[in-house]
Structure formats: C-alpha cells, structure tokens
Design a protein around this ligand. Structure first.
Ligand code: CMC
Length: 435
C-alpha cells in the first residue's frame, strides 16, 4: 500500500490561501507524487497538464517503467526474463493474479482460456456485414464492443466472479475475432479455434489454416509470435489503458471499455506505429536513402517522424525493442530471410539516428514498434493486422488494469477539468441582429 511519504509535504502558494500544504505520497519504487486531490477545495485552482506528462492518475501494482534506465517490470519481474523464460499465458497469469503460476495453476488457467475461445455464431454474421476492405482494427473495435450485447450478466461488474469470466472471455476470444477479421478480408472461410494448439499456435491456425487441408503450426513461428505477445502484454498507464480505465470508471461494460481501448490504440502515435514503421521502411527502400529520411524527421516544417522512435516515458532504449531486435535476427535467420532488406534498413537507420545530435539531445531511441513489424511481416502476417495483434496481446493488460480499478476503493469516475479560454457569459443575439 502507498505510504504518505513519511509525513512530507509540498508547499504551494496559489489561489485564495496563501500557502497550501500538499501531502507527498511514495510508491514502492519510482517518483513520489504530490496529492492534489483537495487542491481545488483549498485554493480554488486546478492543475494544468495536457498530455498528462506529470500526472499520476491512479495507484497500480501491475507494471513499473523506469524510463531513464530503460527498465520494464511486470509485478516486479523484468520483461527480458519473462520473454526468455515464460510463455504468454504464464505472463497473463502473472499480470492478472500478481504471482507467477505453479504448474497446476498454469494448467488450470490455460484450460480456462482454451475453453472460451469460440465466439457466438452471430459474431460471424456481424463480421459479414462489413465491407471486405474494412481495416481489422475497425472490425475489432466493433466486435469487442458487440460482445457486451452477448454477455449481459457481466454488466454486474461488482461481482468478482463475473469480472473473472469477462477476463477469460476477452483473452480467449481476441485471437479468434482478430483472425476472423483477417479471413473475411482475404475472402477465405472462417476457421474455428482448435483446443489442441497453444495460444499463439491457435492464432496461426485460425489465420493461415484452411478447411481443405490440415495446418501444421510451425513451432518457430508460434514461439516468435508468443514472444511478441509477451512484449505487448501491458505498459502501465499509456493512452489505451487510460482510455479503458476512463470508460470503465463510469461502470460501463468491460467489453465496451476494451473496445474503447482498441480504438485508442489504433492511432499512429500509439499501437498504429508498427504498421507505420513497415510502411516507412518500404518508402526508404534502400540504405543510401536513409540520410534523406533522417533529415526529414528533423525538419520541423515536415510532419514526417521516424516511426518506431521516441517514447513518452523511455528516455533510453525501450527494453522491448532490445528483445525484439535480437528476436528479429533469430527469426529471420530461421525463416531463411537473414538478408531481409527491411531489417538491414532498420538496423542502419537505428545506427545513424543514435549517432545523430538531434536524436541524442531528445533521447529518442527505438521503441517496441520498431522491430516488431519486420518480424510479423517475415511471418507473412499482413501489415493491416499488426495493430490488431498488438491489441490482442494488450487485452490482458487492459483487463487487469480494469479489474484493479474496479477493486480500488479510491476509484472515482474520471472527470478532468479545464482551463476555459472561450467567451465569458454574454447576451443572446437574435438572428435578425447577427452579422
Ligand atoms: N521523429 C522525429 N522527432 C521526434 C520523434 C520521432 N519519432 N519523436 C519525438 N520527436 C521530437 C519531437 O519533434 C520533439 O522535438 P522538439 O522538442 O524539438 O519539439 C521531441 O522529440 C519530443 O517529442 P514529443 O512529441 O514532445 O514527445 P511525446 O512524448 O509527446 O511523444 C511519441 C512520444 C511516441 C508520440 C513520439 O516520440 C512519436 O510520435 N514517435 C513516433 C511514433 C511511434 O513510434 N509511436 C509508438 C510509441 S511506443 C508504442 C506505443 O505507445 O504504442
């Protein structure tokens, strides 16, 4: 539990009270926070922080990031260790329950997830209502939102059992829904999940299998994909997670809250960056064109940014990018694509950018999206599915954070304030007197 910073306070001169004392709170690691909850009542002033660069919106025990050191911990465990030693469902268990599972606990969890993977047949009909060229993220937003219409009983979010069923359902059905979205766009028959496969293997089966012949899951691909899932599982209070918490804070259905999280993830500044990176590497085309793109990225009059570079929190190498960089080398070698031109461009782009003053001064390093797209593309996953895969993997983080929020006694409906800059009250002007 948070302590109150050993009685330390911050003093603030503002508003109608000359000096206001604000309590300082400490977490287990990381920066202290100043508790401003009573600031308005005491001083009549708000704080101003668009983009929440200095605002802790909640307490959480799930994920810790030290952006200066490039450290990411889930429940205290380093992401590098989890990526090396665990599979995705083991990490899901850890994120949800706070501890690594025993063998029996893991088996029970895997069984629970495996037996929730099918979706209601009406979901297939809903997907058939889309245009064939619908982006999979649009389909995902709609279908996950639609789950709220199928599972009314989950609307009692105060029942922990109901919350856990919703949690299992979401983790289990996301790969099914994402692959259905892909199959529909490809004009191929929908594939049902098969319980004999692993979580990642099942996704590959539903993506690439066809009913007319058996599909053998390549264990190398399944492991590489599973690792990508692990690296995207949670990332504390990012835009999409904060969206899930904000929607959830109103008491809305968890399916609606996760659907909103998927919408938030879609943008190129967030999860959409993996798709944008591969497009960018394609545009760069060859190593000799890199300086031209670096120049554009530095030009303030050019909206172009180096996609997959920079992060709000990391001012050091994103540890997930580190794991993915070695994974990319390994996987592409195993797939016989060691000479993949995009990987060569990415490596060289990274090298040049990291030596450049502009990137050094601003502490811009590769983030998780820089190498993930290259691996996914080498696995023949279409670009439009990259962010859907991010969403699939992030679902555990979203739902764990939603559960934590619902259980938090300090939780309130999220309701930011504003600095109003519009007109003050004025007299109404009838139409014939306007202009
Ligand atoms: N290329 C060129 N310049 C950049 C980049 C970039 N990728 N990222 C930041 N900058 C510059 C920016 O122009 C600004 O310069 P100045 O101080 O001269 O105005 C400075 O660095 C700080 O940037 P910011 O936009 O104030 O930083 P932010 O914390 O608001 O934005 C970011 C973080 C991730 C949105 C941004 O770095 C970015 O747009 N990166 C490219 C998109 C991307 O890779 N997104 C994935 C993020 S990680 C995974 C995820 O969240 O899903």
């Amino acid at each position: 539990m948070t302590n109150t910073g050993n009685g330390r306070t911050a003093k603030l001169e503002a508003g109608h009270n000359q000096v206001t004392e604000l309590q300082i709170m400490s977490g287990s690691v990381g920066p202290d926070v100043i508790d401003i909850r009573k600031l308005y009542a005491q001083t009549g002033t708000f704080t101003y922080d668009p983009g929440f660069t200095s605002t802790a919106a909640c307490q959480s025990k799930i994920t810790y990031i030290d952006g200066d050191e490039g450290v990411l911990l889930h429940r205290g465990y380093r992401i590098e260790d989890l990526a090396e030693h665990c599979d995705f469902l083991e990490v899901c268990y850890l994120i949800l329950y706070g501890e690594l599972p025993t063998e029996a606990e893991k088996a029970k969890f895997v069984h629970g997830v495996t037996y929730h993977t099918m979706v209601h047949e009406q979901i297939l009909n809903l997907i058939r209502g889309f245009r064939r060229d619908a982006h999979p993220m649009a389909v995902l937003i709609a279908m996950v939102g639609a789950l709220s219409a199928f599972y009314h009983e989950d609307l009692d979010i105060n029942d922990p059992h109901n919350r856990m069923i919703a949690t299992y359902r979401l983790i289990a059905k996301m790969p099914t829904i994402a692959s259905l979205a892909y199959k529909y766009s490809a004009g191929q028959p929908f594939m049902y999940p098969q319980n004999r496969h692993t979580y990642a293997g099942n996704f590959l089966h539903m993506m690439f299998g066809v009913p007319c012949e058996p599909y053998e899951v390549d264990p190398v691909l399944a492991k590489a994909l599973d690792r990508i899932f692990i690296l995207h599982a949670d990332h504390e209070q990012n835009a999409s997670t904060s969206t899930v918490r904000l929607v959830g804070s109103t008491g809305a259905s968890p399916y609606a809250a996760i659907s909103a999280g998927i919408a938030s993830l879609w943008g190129p500044a967030h999860g959409g960056a993996n798709e944008a990176v591969v497009q960018m590497l394609g545009e760069v085309g060859s190593v000799d064109k890199i300086p031209e793109f670096i120049k554009r990225a530095k030009d303030k009059d050019d909206p172009f940014r180096l996609m997959g570079f920079g992060h709000r929190v990391y001012k050091n190498y994103d540890p997930r990018a580190g794991v993915l960089k070695s994974s990319a080398d390994e996987v592409l070698e195993l797939l016989g694509q060691g000479d993949n031109p995009k990987l060569a461009i990415a490596r060289e782009l990274e090298r040049i950018a990291l030596e450049d003053d502009y990137f050094q001064e601003r502490k811009l390093f590769p983030n998780v999206d820089f190498y993930s797209g290259i691996i996914l593309e080498a696995m023949h996953i279409p670009t439009s599915m990259f962010t859907a895969i991010f969403a699939l993997a992030r679902t555990v983080g979203w739902i764990a954070q939603w559960n934590e929020m619902v259980e938090d006694p300090e939780q309130k409906i999220g309701r930011p304030r504003q600095l109003y800059t519009g007109p003050a009250q004025r007299a109404f002007v009838p139409m014939d007197q306007r202009g």
